[in-house]
Design a protein around this ligand. Sequence first.
Ligand code: SAM
Length: 280
Amino acid sequence: MNITSPREITRLLAENGLSPLKKFGQNFLCDENVVQKIADCMHLAPGDFVLEIGTGLGALTRALGARAKKVVSVEIDRGLLALHKETLAGLTNVTVLEGDILKYDLKGLCAEHFGGGPFHVCGNLPYYITSRILMQVLESGAPVRSLTAMVQKEVAGRLSARPGDTDYGALTASCLYFAQPETVFTVSRSCFYPAPDVDSAIIRMELSHPTCDVPRDGYTAVVRAAFSMRRKTICNNLKALAGEDAKLILKSCKIDPNARAQELTASQFCEIAKSIFQKL
Ligand code: SAM
């Protein structure tokens, strides 16, 4: 069965009385090459566990199931689950869970389905909650080894930006606490049914231990304050956290108080967090 042909997608949906729901960001992949490329770029080994976010009709789920030991896929739209009897038939290593991924405790899911072992996360993400899903996965404390996601091309640009780039912002700096996101390839809007209004890209992050030796809350507080007003200097923005000590703290970290947040590296945010939270 070729569930990435627009004709087959339309047939499957129509036979089940369904149509793509905008409110759930339902733009299904209708290009088998792209599906295979996404699964390939994860470099899965036959013993690996995978959590997929947003099963849809199951195009990516099938490709993941063919490569991994076990795939758990979470889908919010109950209507689509009826289709999986047909589209995921015979895939004994695939489990679809109905629900909102944002409500899942990923540590608990991992304990229940992967025996608490490390797992990879993958998803052609619903764009209305991309950032929330990314931060949920990164901050879950679950043993996530890598995150591979389809996101809007603009978001991919922001995620893989480097200090000094115009796109470098709070989301980028927050992710850098956990991993260095890379854009793997871009995907044209014509590879989806229905076609969205924007192009997309695959981003990938290999997760290791945080490179920063301050608790995440402190790091995040500094990043948020630093980017609160992009045009202001880092010194002015940090006053919200460190009061009049902001300048001294920056100097002790050898950071120019007149610099802007978008020029700072993750290790500099980390140094600032260390100074502020050691002082308080
Ligand atoms: N993986 C499929 C594919 O590539 O064709 C579907 C991708 S579609 C862009 C996003 C999928 O995520 C939809 O099936 C949608 O119903 C599902 N979804 C949306 N919000 C969700 C949520 N909060 N939790 C779980 N799934 C969600």
